[in-house]
Design a protein around this ligand. Structure first.
Ligand code: SF4
Length: 673
């Protein structure tokens, strides 16, 4: 195994590049290296963990790090399976600095034994987003040599085993003409068509959509290839606006990469089985199969995937209509969940995606097959919740239309869902008028007599109009510096505190993040990175100081997974076994754990979390606490004391709750070294 990590530095302004090696032991992976490099260079970094290409399932995540334009601090975002092909470049990380003069594609290719080819190629970005096949300025595909054509055909025919597995559910199908491949998909397709034929081996690409140009929360999309084309199994580095960063700060709209380098990956199944037998009395494959039940098919709930299992089990913890549901009675929430989710939204999903076994992987061999599909639509809980019930949408057809608009736009879908439901709430409450937001409709948010198909469809159409307003800056909408700053401007100009309806966590002066879609205080914790699972999102009540400590512990564990490039759906063994594997292969287990702890404390040393600004955050928390007592029967004295404090003075209680969490976080993430 390699004892150094190779980092390719690319200056997008000149195309110049160099490779530098970092000793394993000084740094272990894309996160601790990312913290180091981002602090010095303000770079965007993407790369893989030490076990990319290994036999560990889930070990091929492509990890992105950098200073987030939306969160306004260091951020980590990752994409399933995209590291498998990246590993064939024979490097561990790319660090992007400088800015290309024109919107460009970064092309990375490497034949075994040769130097890596690096090119920064201008692209007609708006043509590509419009779905034009010739969006790439250097559209060399058509004129390529016969030899290259042959290579491309061979590549397409062979494909990777993993890509074929991933694409099996999506390949060969005619795309639905109602949902054109424009925006982020248009760019992804254009780049693959133009430059894919240059590759002799496997390749893959990732790209941004128009949201990366006009907002601070543009995401990055990729997909496994099948037959030389992107499949419908989208994988996203969604959170943190790193797509906006890639385009606005580096002028790079897409990256295509691949190669034929065969390096020395850990592939000894017998040895891995011995480690797993010693720890779990099970072989690796058996342990992994058991650990990923939820994501594949959980017989307990007769469904699978995050969407299926979460919706099957939510009941009265359901959140809908921009969190208005948290202040309803339990009976009202349970009825909503039963009538609109269990009997319609989830039923459709179970019939269309689970019963038909329409599932795929992210691009690597993985028995979890967590990607649940219906035709061209991939269904995960969080985007189909944020751009579903949170916006008053309980019908799969309607949610598909809105999710497609969000994904084509290249948005962080969870953040977009929070923003759209907030804007709909502002319309419904009369704080803003349709012309303010450049739309023609009002939301249909009346729960009594709600028509699951018609009213959901109407709300989805409104959502799609709002997406167009955000991208086209219609009415008074302008999210180029994020909704928090925009909300402050609306308050200054109109005297309305619309931010009081927006559930978000705040960081520094401008940073913002829509929380993960769970009704629990951990999603609003004052952690240094929010919006992903670097916090505790369990449904139980924990006193806030303890909750802060538990969040800190989660940060360390999740950082370890990301630094190893391992998919968190394998965390039931990954959190323990990555350290064991690094110990067995490199003899550096203790040093690895130390580096993770130092990295966590480094990240926390820049924690600029700001006390909750939105009234709605307080109501979210207060309603959670009373539900725990009144519905879940939690009789703990601490809980009763916090409820009494919230009843006496909600502002004071919330401030104390927030600072107690922060104390727990800071006391756990001090630098002990
Ligand atoms: S669980 Fe899903 S995202 Fe993770 S490695 Fe497996 S297929 Fe990919």
């Amino acid at each position: 195994m390699e004892t150094t990590q190779k980092v390719l530095f690319v200056d997008a302004s000149t195309g110049f590049y160099r490779v530098r090696r970092y000793k394993v032991g000084d740094y272990f992976g894309p996160v601790d290296l990312g913290v180091h490099l981002s602090g010095r260079l303000q770079s965007l970094n993407f790369g893989v963990g030490l076990f990319a290409g290994s036999i560990f399932p889930g070990s091929n995540r492509l990890i992105f790090t950098g200073f987030s334009p939306s969160w306004r601090s260091f951020f980590v975002s990752s994409m399933g399976g995209a590291g498998l092909v990246f590993d064939n470049l024979g490097i561990n990380l790319v660090t992007l600095v400088g800015k290309a003069a024109l919107p460009s594609v970064l092309y990375l290719n490497r034949f075994h034994g040769e130097e890596i080819e690096v090119e920064v190629l201008p692209i007609d970005l708006h043509a590509a987003w419009a779905g034009a096949p010739s969006g790439c300025a250097e559209d060399t595909a058509a004129e390529d040599t016969a030899a290259e054509d042959t290579a491309a055909e061979d590549t397409a025919a062979e494909d990777t085993a993993a890509g074929a597995a991933a694409g099996s559910a999506a390949a060969g199908r005619t795309r639905d003409p109602e949902f054109p491949r424009t925006g982020s998909y248009g760019l992804l397709d254009a780049v693959i068509a133009a430059y894919g034929p240059r590759y002799a081996g496997d390749y893959r690409a990732f790209a941004v959509g128009p949201a990366a140009e006009s907002t601070d929360f543009g995401a990055i999309v990729s997909a496994p290839l099948s037959g030389g084309k992107a499949t419908s199994v989208d994988t996203w580095a969604g959170r943190g606006g790193l797509g906006s960063k890639m385009l606005q700060e580096h002028g790079i709209s897409a990256v295509i990469y691949g190669g034929t380098v065969v390096d020395e990956d850990f592939r000894d199944r017998k040895v891995a089985d011995e480690w797993f037998e010693a720890k779990y009395k099970q072989k690796l494959a058996v342990k992994d199969f058991e650990a990923t039940t939820k994501y594949r098919f959980d017989p307990k709930f007769s469904t699978g995937g995050t969407l299926g299992v979460n919706y099957a089990s939510l009941g009265g913890r359901m959140i809908a209509f921009n969190y208005r549901s948290v202040e309803w009675s339990e009976e009202e929430r349970v009825r909503l969940h039963r009538e609109l989710v269990l009997e319609h939204y989830l039923r459709q999903f179970n019939e269309e995606s689970i019963a038909t076994k329409s599932q795929a992987t992210c691009g690597e061999p993985c028995s979890a097959v967590c990607k649940k599909l219906r035709g061209d639509f991939k269904k995960d809980y969080e985007p189909y919740q944020a751009l579903g019930p949170l916006c008053g949408i309980f019908d799969q057809r309607a949610a598909e239309r809105l999710n497609h608009a969000a994904d084509s736009g290249g948005f962080d879908a969870i953040s977009l869902g929070g923003v759209l439901s907030w804007l709909m709430d502002c319309l419904d409450s009369g704080e803003l008028a349709p012309e303010d937001l450049g739309v023609t409709k009002m939301p249909r948010w009346k729960v009594e007599g709600f028509d699951a198909v018609k009213d959901s469809g109407h709300n989805a159409e409104l959502g799609i109009e709002l997406v167009a307003s955000i991208l086209g800056k219609k009415g008074i909408v302008d999210f180029s510096e994020g909704p928090r700053k925009w909300g402050r401007r609306v308050r200054r100009e109109r005297g309305i505190r619309i931010l009081d309806r927006f559930v978000y966590t705040a960081n520094g002066r401008r940073g913002w993040m829509v929380p993960n879609q769970y009704w629990t205080p951990g999603v609003l914790a004052p952690m240094a990175i929010m919006g992903k699972y670097y916090m505790h999102y369990g449904a139980e009540f924990l006193p806030p100081r303890q909750l802060g400590r538990v969040c800190a512990e989660r940060l360390r564990k999740e950082l370890g997974m990301d630094d190893a490039g391992l998919c968190r759906f394998h965390r039931a063994w990954g959190e323990e076994m990555m350290a064991e594997a690094i110990g067995a292969v490199y003899g550096l287990k203790d040093r690895y754990l130390q580096v993770i702890a130092i990295t966590a404390s480094r990240i926390n040393s820049r924690n600029a979390a700001v006390y909750w600004e939105s009234e709605k955050n307080l109501r979210f928390l207060k309603a959670f606490l009373t539900r725990r007592r009144d519905v879940e029967g939690d009789a703990s004295p601490e809980l009763a004391a916090w409820i009494a404090a919230f009843e006496a003075d909600p502002q004071e209680a919330a401030l104390s709750f927030w600072f107690e969490m922060r104390k727990g976080i800071d006391e756990s993430l001090r630098d002990f070294f």
